[in-house]
Design a protein around this ligand. Structure first.
Ligand SMILES: Nc1ncnc2c1ncn2[C@@H]1O[C@H](COP(=O)(O)OP(=O)(O)OP(=O)(O)O)[C@@H](O)[C@H]1O
Ligand SMILES: [Mg+2]
Length: 366
């Protein structure tokens, strides 16, 4: 397996479109690196430059200490799985999976072992004799993943490989990918839109926006300590609530105020707000739906005008407004509430975040 290094990597397409700007990242051997970000932010382009399918406009790509910018894709020893999988229509599933090994003159017995092993892991052993036209979308996708696994390359590059699977199969495949990562000790770079995949699979997550890498960190760190409002809003589902608030001093304590609500912040927040000269100014209060609770001290109470109640079984989501601000709360299913009524919820003041109005930077970033 391999370590990779991207140094000031940029991509500008012929039409002038800048897709990736100054991308710097060291990917360690055996890392499961996740790339996330909104559509068009440059995830696939980054992956395709690593694979060699897209020319790097400027910057350097190193694989295991060797500069790879000009190395042909097939000589980089990387396996790529695309969102739209390319299978050979005239070959069976077995032959499709064996193909890349055949062209490398791997011994027949070794090919057979690897193909059957991969088919077993991916639950497609019963499909080995079929041709692609006789497979469902999800089955085709698993064959494509299988073709990548059998290669045992230096690293795997995967671009939304589970996007065509139904929810159940997706969960199952997520667990399988995790196992494959551990068993093969593989280095994986993985693009996804799925929050759960990003949080559960990744040893590290990279958040991109408009071709720029905003933050690279372990999932838990990214969740608890986002660098700015964009990352805070992008990681977590439903998204963090953002409310514009005034920072004030009342009763010799520091609080944030908005539409007749007042919340006193804890000591650490107070210190940061004073040090950052935020008294009397406006900031964004950030609070996740799961950090709004059913009970709590009176001074942390907020009145939510419930507009929609979503019952999800193990929890409920209340969507509504506090003053004019849209807010979502994730609560226990037995919480008494209904659309059109007011509900008392309580903000966990040790979990809030605060963001600068202009720069959108996290004022509490550590
Ligand atoms: N061949 C191309 N020529 C010009 N512009 C391109 C080309 N390929 C991609 N782009 C542009 O580069 C930007 C990044 O595209 P990219 O495919 O990397 O996004 P992405 O993050 O993978 O998005 P998605 O989540 O929708 O797959 C987009 O604005 C896209 O329109
Ligand atoms: Mg893409």
């Amino acid at each position: 397996m391999a370590s990779l290094s991207l140094v000031n990597v940029c991509k500008t397409f012929k039409n002038g479109q800048v897709a990736v700007k100054d991308f710097n990242l060291d990917i360690k051997d055996q890392e499961f690196l996740i790339l996330v970000g909104p559509s068009g932010c440059g995830k696939s382009t980054t992956l395709r430059m690593i694979a060699g399918l897209e020319e790097i406009s400027s910057g350097e790509l190193w694989i295991d200490g060797t500069l790879m910018n000009l190395t042909a894709p097939q000589k980089r020893d990387l396996s790529m799985v695309f969102q739209s999988y390319a299978l050979y229509p005239h070959l069976t599933v077995y032959e499709n999976m064996a193909f890349s090994l055949r062209v490398r003159n791997v011994m027949k017995t070794e090919i057979d072992k690897r193909v059957r092993n991969a088919a077993d892991v991916l639950c497609i052993s019963h499909l080995l004799d079929r041709k692609p036209h006789a497979l469902s979308g999800g089955q085709k996708q698993r064959v494509a993943i299988g073709s990548a696994i059998v290669r045992e390359p230096k690293a795997y590059l995967m671009d939304e490989p589970l996007s065509n699977l139904d929810a159940k199969l997706r969960t199952q495949m997520r667990v399988e990918l995790s196992k494959i990562h551990k068993e093969l000790g593989a280095t994986i770079i993985y693009v996804t839109h799925d929050q759960v995949e990003a949080m559960t699979l990744g040893t590290r997550i990279v958040v991109m926006n408009s071709g720029v890498m905003l933050q690279a960190a372990e999932p838990k760190v990214l969740y608890q300590n986002p660098i700015n409002k964009f990352v805070a809003g992008f990681i977590g589902s439903p998204s963090m609530n953002f409310i514009p608030v005034w920072v004030e001093r009342r009763e010799d304590r520091i609080c944030v105020e908005f539409s007749k609500n007042r919340l006193f912040v804890n000591e650490e927040c107070a210190k940061r707000l004073i040090d950052g000269d935020y008294l009397g100014r406006r900031v964004y209060l950030g609070i996740r739906p799961e950090d709004l609770h059913e009970t709590g001290p009176k001074e942390q109470e907020l009145k939510l005008n419930v507009e929609i109640k979503e019952v999800l079984g193990s929890e409920i989501l209340l969507h509504g407004k506090i003053g004019r601000n849209p807010v979502c709360a994730r609560l226990k299913p037995d919480f008494p509430s209904e659309a059109g009524k007011e509900a008392s919820i309580f903000a966990d003041m040790n979990r809030i975040l605060l963001f600068d109005m202009d720069t959108e930077e996290n004022i509490l970033y550590r």
